[in-house]
Design a protein around this ligand. Structure first.
Ligand code: NAD
Length: 516
C-alpha cells in the first residue's frame, strides 16, 4: 500500500518539465498584484496545494478570442475538408509524441492514476484518427424526388464558432472530442476549460497551435480562454458562437441551456450521470466483480459514467456484496503516480465533504455502510482528499440515491423480477450510462430494447464506464441529450441544407400545385 505522497515542489517540477517539452512558457509574473478574477491558480489534488498562477481571460480577451475564431471560420469553412483533416492529423501526431507529458499534467491536475491518464490522452489520439477519416466523408443523402428531372439532396456545411466548455474530470479528452470533430467539420473553436485544470489546457492549446503552424492553417482556428464560469457565460451569450458544447454538472446545463436557447443558438449538453448496473442471477460473477469495481471505484468515482447504483438479484446479493467488499478492502488508495495505486485523490476537500454528506444522508435514509469511507493521508496532506471508496446497502432508491454525488459511493439495492430492476434503473432523473451482467440472452436483449434502459449508453457484461470513441457518447433526461465523439455525432457541428436541382427544362411544382 503506497504510504507517501509527492511534494508540491516535486509536482511543480514535473508539470513545468512537461509544459516545457510541449512548448508552453508560463507567465511567471502572473498574479503579482493581480486580483483573484484575473488569475486562475493551477493546483494539484495530490497535495491540495497551488502550483502556479495562470493569467485568466478578461472580458476583452474573450471578445477578441471569439472575434479571431469567427474571422478564421470565414476562411476555414471554404478549406476543403480533407485539407482540414491534415490539421487534425498533425495534432494527432503531436499528441502521440507528447502522450507522456500530457498524461503527467492530467495526473498532476486531475489526480488520475497513470494508466487512466495515459488512457485519456489515448482517447485524444483516437478521436483525431477518427476525425481525419471523417474529413473525407461528411456525407449527405440523395433523396428520391417526386418530380421528373429533379435531384433532391442534403448537403452538410460548417456551422461556425464552437464554444467548448469542459469539466475538470476529463480535462483534455472532452476538448479533443469536440475540437477534432469541429475542425474537420470546418468550424473553429473557443475553449473554456475547467478553472481547475488550466495547465493541461495550455498544453493542448499549444500543441494545436503548433499543428496549425506546421500545416499552414489560419491563425484563429482555435482560441483558449482560461477562467471561471463568468468566462463561460460570456461565450454562452455571444451570438457569434453558433454551438455551445458544454460538459459538466446538470446545474451548469440548466443555466447554459436556456441562455443559449434565448438567442436561438445550439447547445450540445453532456451533463451529470447516475449510472446503474443490473446483476442477474446468471451473471458471471468473476467478470461482474471486475467490471463493477473498475466502474465504481476507478477514477475515484469521478467519471460522468461512474457506476453509482448496483441493482442485484436478491438470490445473489449477499454473495456479490461479500466479494465486492473484499475487493474494496484491498484497493490501493494513494499517489496516482505510483504504479500500484488504483484510486487517486478526489479533486478537492469540498468534494470529500459532499461525499461524506451523501453517505450520512444515505445512512439517515436507512442505508448501511458495508465498506470504505476512511480518509487517508490527512496527516501529511490536510488539503488533499484521499478516501476509500464506499459501498452502501440501501433498502430503497431514496432521495440521495437518485442524485449524482461525484465521488466513489456505490449504492446497492436488490430486485426480484427483471421488470422491477429496469423500473428501478430508469427511475432517476439522469440517463447517461447503464449495464447488465447476465448470461441470459433474452434478459440482455430486453435491457437493450425500447422497454429497457433509458440511457444513451447501454452495455452487456461490461461496466458503465470506459466508452470507446467510435460510438456516439451522451445521455438522456438531465444528462442533456447531447451526443459527441463517434458515429454521426459530427452532424451537431454542421448545418444541413436541402437542395433541389431541376434539370428537366420545365417548372414542375411539388404536390402537383399549378400556378401561372
Ligand atoms: P461544473 O458544472 O462545475 O463545471 C463544468 C464547466 O462549466 C467548468 O468549465 C465551469 O467553469 C463551467 N460553468 C459552470 N457554470 C457555468 C455557467 N453558468 N455558464 C458557463 N459555464 C459554466 O462541473 P465539474 O465539477 O467541472 O465536472 C463534474 C460534472 O461534470 C459531473 O456532474 C459530471 O457528471 C459531469 N460530466 C459529464 C460528462 C458527460 O459527458 N456527460 C463528462 C464529464 C463530466
Amino acid at each position: 500500500m503506497p504510504r507517501t505522497l509527492p511534494t508540491t515542489d516535486d509536482l511543480r517540477t514535473r508539470a513545468r518539465a512537461a509544459l516545457d517539452r510541449v512548448g508552453v512558457t508560463l507567465d511567471e509574473g502572473a498574479g503579482g498584484g493581480g486580483t483573484e478574477r484575473e488569475v486562475c491558480h493551477a493546483r494539484t489534488p495530490l497535495t491540495g496545494e497551488r502550483l502556479f498562477p495562470v493569467p485568466a481571460a478578461t472580458p476583452a480577451d474573450v471578445e477578441e478570442a471569439v472575434a479571431d475564431a469567427h474571422r478564421a471560420f470565414l476562411d476555414w469553412r471554404s478549406t476543403p475538408a480533407p485539407r482540414r483533416g491534415e490539421l487534425v492529423r498533425r495534432l494527432g501526431e503531436l499528441l502521440r509524441e507528447h502522450q507522456e507529458d500530457l498524461a503527467d499534467l492530467v495526473t498532476v491536475e486531475a489526480g488520475k492514476i497513470r494508466s487512466e491518464a495515459l488512457g485519456e490522452v489515448q482517447e485524444m489520439i483516437d478521436i483525431c484518427d477518427f476525425a481525419v477519416g471523417l474529413s473525407r466523408q461528411l456525407y449527405g443523402r440523395t433523396i428520391a424526388s417526386e418530380r421528373p428531372g429533379h435531384r433532391l439532396t442534403e448537403t452538410w456545411h460548417p456551422l461556425g464558432v464552437v464554444g467548448v466548455v469542459s469539466a475538470f474530470n476529463f480535462p483534455c479528452a472532452v476538448w479533443s472530442w469536440n475540437t477534432a470533430v469541429a475542425l474537420a467539420c470546418g468550424d473553429t473553436v473557443v475553449w473554456k476549460p475547467s478553472e481547475l485544470t488550466p495547465l493541461i489546457s495550455l498544453a493542448c492549446a499549444r500543441l494545436l497551435e503548433r499543428a496549425a503552424e506546421d500545416v499552414g492553417a489560419p491563425d484563429g482556428v482555435h482560441r483558449l480562454v482560461i477562467g471561471d464560469r463568468a468566462v463561460g457565460e460570456q461565450l454562452v451569450d455571444d451570438s457569434r458562437v453558433a454551438l455551445v458544447s458544454a460538459t459538466g454538472s446538470t446545474r451548469m446545463g440548466r443555466e447554459v441551456g436556456p441562455r443559449v436557447a434565448a438567442r436561438f443558438g445550439r447547445t450540445l449538453l453532456e451533463l451529470g450521470g447516475n449510472n446503474a448496473a443490473v446483476v442477474a442471477p446468471s451473471a458471471d460473477l468473476d467478470l461482474a466483480v471486475q467490471g463493477i469495481v473498475f466502474a465504481a471505484a476507478g477514477t475515484a468515482g469521478q467519471r460522468c459514467t461512474t457506476l453509482r447504483r448496483l441493482i442485484v438479484h436478491r438470490d445473489i446479493a449477499d454473495t456479490l456484496v461479500a466479494r465486492l467488499t473484499a475487493a474494496y478492502a484491498k484497493l490501493p488508495v494513494g499517489d496516482p503516480f505510483d504504479e500500484a495505486t488504483l484510486v487517486g485523490p478526489l479533486i478537492s476537500t469540498g468534494a470529500l465533504d459532499r461525499m461524506q454528506e451523501a453517505v450520512a444522508r444515505a445512512q439517515a435514509e436507512g442505508g448501511k455502510v458495508l465498506a470504505g469511507g476512511g480518509r487517508r493521508f490527512a496527516d501529511i496532506a490536510p488539503d488533499a482528499a484521499y478516501v476509500e471508496p464506499v459501498i452502501v446497502r440501501v433498502g430503497a432508491q431514496t432521495g440521495v440515491v437518485r442524485e449524482e454525488t461525484f465521488a466513489p459511493v456505490l449504492y446497492v439495492m436488490t430486485y426480484e423480477t427483471l421488470a422491477e430492476a429496469i423500473a428501478l434503473h430508469n427511475d432517476v432523473p439522469q440517463g447517461l450510462s447503464s449495464s447488465i451482467f447476465t448470461r441470459d440472452q433474452a434478459e440482455a436483449e430486453l435491457f437493450l430494447s425500447a422497454e429497457g434502459s433509458d440511457c444513451g449508453i447501454a452495455n452487456v457484461n461490461i461496466g458503465t464506464s470506459g466508452a470507446e470513441i467510435g460510438g456516439a457518447f451522451g445521455g438522456e433526461k438531465e444528462t442533456g441529450g447531447g451526443r459527441e465523439s463517434g458515429s454521426d455525432a459530427w452532424r451537431a457541428y454542421m448545418r444541413s441544407a436541402t437542395n433541389t436541382v431541376n434539370y428537366s427544362g420545365r417548372l414542375a411544382l411539388a404536390q402537383n400545385v399549378s400556378f401561372l
